[in-house]
Design a protein around this ligand. Structure first.
Ligand SMILES: Nc1ncnc2c1ncn2[C@@H]1O[C@H](COP(=O)(O)OP(=O)(O)OP(=O)(O)O)[C@@H](O)[C@H]1O
Ligand SMILES: [Mg+2]
Length: 621
């Protein structure tokens, strides 16, 4: 067949296939247009999951009548300006839209009517497009939301592409996707009021918030994500160079089964970005089991020319100019925030334990209470190296040691439990209280000033051992094993070079390598912790990391993973009897150790019940 140009309708339908793959995508584009028009109020109405009708009304600046037909023309936009030479700056985008593609795409596959009153124009005008066919612009009767505004109505979406229509899920599923899209955009813009109506029922009504940065954002997120969100998340706000990370990171014990509860925004644009998702996973990696996911609402703000938003048809993926800076900021920012939460576990843990709904209180990080003196005593003792070895520990751990680990490693790492003698009287003032009993040789029951704490001894000790091992890793204490026959690994010359350049850093992590001619690396020693290592596989992973992020994460992550499983094996088992001193010492260490509120799999290490709650259980209140 000879080469021919496709007719414009076909071109538009093909483009529409990419941009508008389901009703939610149309809603997203239309709401984004309203935001770009400076709307303060956006009302979304949807019928039959968006397949019957999508109507978006805004009080933005409107479209002047002489521009209405341009608005639905392909590659026509008011958001980019070309220089005299015809160049447009695609790397300095301040608006949600910039391609001039959304309206023509929707118009190509549906019946669209746009009614608009532009600021400074007295009349209201409208235009209709049906399956790509334009009707003339004409005056219309419509009471705009305010002095100016626009209403876009989309009927019979995909009527012009019946094949696409067959791919739609149930109306319910499409509606959920629509609701999701509106919520995500609303999270990013607390300053704008949103409402969503489905088949004449209001499902979302969000007033505009006065202070969109702080309280307003918190209020908006709580309105969308529920009352559990705020008390179980930690606020963070960190800036590195020109990049700012703010928002909320969920406590590890507040985990969920899917990643759906992670809301990520780049310059106010909701994204599903692999780099960000990966960085969030890395920040929680040793706090959660593999199949559990943290909750988060994270906002990255950076100069528009540092991020490319033109890499995905629906603009939901972005590319950062300095990917490793962004990754570092996210991993560092979240870790820092979580560490500052100390051993705090989520309120939902105690709540579900009680099975009673009570008012949510934001848990406070540990403060030094009236027993400040007691704290000082304990800290002094720990600092003085006043250590005690609980008996029976090493033999127990011995049987489970992975290859490459010697009992004395564990002894060194896990063995030291400072015997902190604090009188019962003083111990009350500690957050985790004074140990009163051990039950079923598994749980420690402690009395606090205003309640009781139940500790899972294995989970708690596992966490402590793990944190200590990580510290050893960080201090360069990784022992190495010499390979009897050094292994030669073939790589791309550029990869080999990049790895060789990091030889020193890798040696600190226990991996000793040398360049071995172009495109090859000689591996001499590997981290003892890892036991037998597939050197080729590891170097390839490292090369990918370095290429993508400029850092060698793979090795660190693998070391931490091994530490995690070692910690599990080397810790006080459930079923071991502990002395009162050992129990108290465990409690004091938990208080002093970051992340001790959950074990390495995201389960809580302790549950706290307040006296008031216990009284409720017995009907005393
Ligand atoms: N709700 C609205 N209020 C005011 N102007 C609008 C509205 N919706 C669309 N427009 C105008 O119509 C033009 C075309 O919109 P369209 O969504 O097709 O493209 P875009 O937003 O410029 O880019 P993109 O395809 O990336 O969304 C916009 O540039 C804008 O000038
Ligand atoms: Mg647009």
């Amino acid at each position: 067949m000879p080469i021919r140009r496709l007719p414009p309708e076909a071109v538009n339908r093909i483009a529409a296939g990419e941009v508008i793959e389901r009703p939610a995508a149309a809603v997203k584009e239309l709401v984004e247009n309203a935001l770009d028009a400076g709307a303060r109020r956006i009302a979304v109405r949807v019928e039959r999951g968006g397949l019957g009708l999508i109507s978006i009304e805004d009080d933005g600046g409107g479209i002047p009548p002489d521009e209405l037909s341009l608005a639905v023309e392909r590659h026509a936009t008011s958001k980019l300006t070309a220089s005299a030479g015809g160049d447009v700056d695609l790397l300095n985008i301040h608006t949600m839209g910039f391609r001039g593609e959304a309206l023509p795409s929707i118009g190509a596959v549906a019946r669209v009517s746009i009614t608009s009153k532009a600021r400074g124009v007295n009349e209201t005008w409208s235009i209709e497009v049906e399956g790509g066919q334009l009707h003339p612009v004409r005056p219309a009767a419509w009471a705009a939301l305010s002095e100016s505004g626009t209403r876009v109505e989309v009927r019979d979406l995909f009527f012009a592409t019946p094949a696409r229509l067959k791919f739609m899920k149930s109306e319910r599923a499409e509606m959920m996707a629509v609701s999701d899209v509106v919520k995500r955009l609303a999270m990013a813009r607390p300053d704008v009021a949103f409402s969503l109506e489905h088949d004449s029922r209001t499902s979302l009504r969000l007033p505009a918030e006065a202070d969109p940065q702080n309280e307003g954002r918190r209020a908006r997120l709580a309105a969308i994500l529920g009352a559990d969100f705020a008390p179980n998340c930690i606020a963070l706000d960190q800036t590195r160079d020109t990049v700012r990370l703010s928002g909320f990171a969920g406590l590890p014990t507040f985990h969920r089964g899917t990643r759906e509860h992670q809301h990520l925004f780049v310059n106010g644009r909701p994204v599903k970005d692999k780099l960000i998702v990966g960085a969030v996973r890395a920040a929680y990696q040793d706090l959660l089991a593999r199949d559990r996911h943290p909750v988060a609402a994270l906002f990255l703000d950076l100069p528009p020319d540092e991020v490319d938003v033109n890499v995905h048809p629906a603009k939901t993926e972005v590319r950062f100019r300095d990917a490793s800076l962004v990754r570092g900021l996210i991993v560092g920012g979240i870790s820092h925030a979580l560490a500052s939460a100390g051993h705090r576990a989520s309120t939902t843990t105690a709540q579900s334990a009680l099975g009673a709904a009570r008012a949510y209180e934001a848990p406070q990080p540990f403060l030094r209470p009236s027993g400040a003196q007691a704290w000082a005593v304990a800290e002094e003792r720990v600092a003085a190296g006043d250590f005690m070895m609980p008996s029976g520990r090493v033999e127990e751990a011995d049987r489970h040691l992975p290859a490459g680990i010697e009992p004395r490693d564990l002894e060194e790492i896990a063995g030291m439990m400072p015997a902190v003698q604090v009188s019962d009287e003083d111990a009350r003032f500690f957050p985790l209280g004074a140990a009163r009993a051990q039950i079923h040789e598994t749980y420690i029951v402690a009395q606090t000033e205003d309640g009781i704490v139940i500790v899972d001894q294995h989970a708690a000790h596992e966490r402590l051992v793990y944190e200590r091992m990580k510290q050893m890793l960080a201090n360069g204490g990784v022992r190495r094993q010499v390979l009897l026959i050094p292994e030669v690994v073939e790589l791309d010359p550029s990869e080999a070079e990049a790895i060789a350049a990091r030889a020193e850093e890798l040696a600190q992590l226990g991996l000793v390598i040398e360049p071995f001619g172009p495109g090859a690396i000689l591996v001499r020693e590997t981290p003892a912790l890892l036991g037998h290592v597939d050197a080729a596989g590891m170097l390839k992973d490292l090369a990918d990391d370095i290429a993508e992020l400029g850092e060698a994460h793979a090795l660190k992550e693998r070391l931490e993973e091994v530490c995690s499983s070692m910690a599990c094996r080397g810790s006080v088992r459930a079923g071991r009897r502990l002395t009162a001193d050992e129990m108290n010492s465990l409690l004091r260490q938990m208080e002093a150790t970051p992340f001790s509120g959950q074990c390495n799999h995201g389960r809580p290490t302790y549950v706290e019940l307040k006296l008031a709650d216990i009284e409720k259980l017995f009907g005393r209140r």
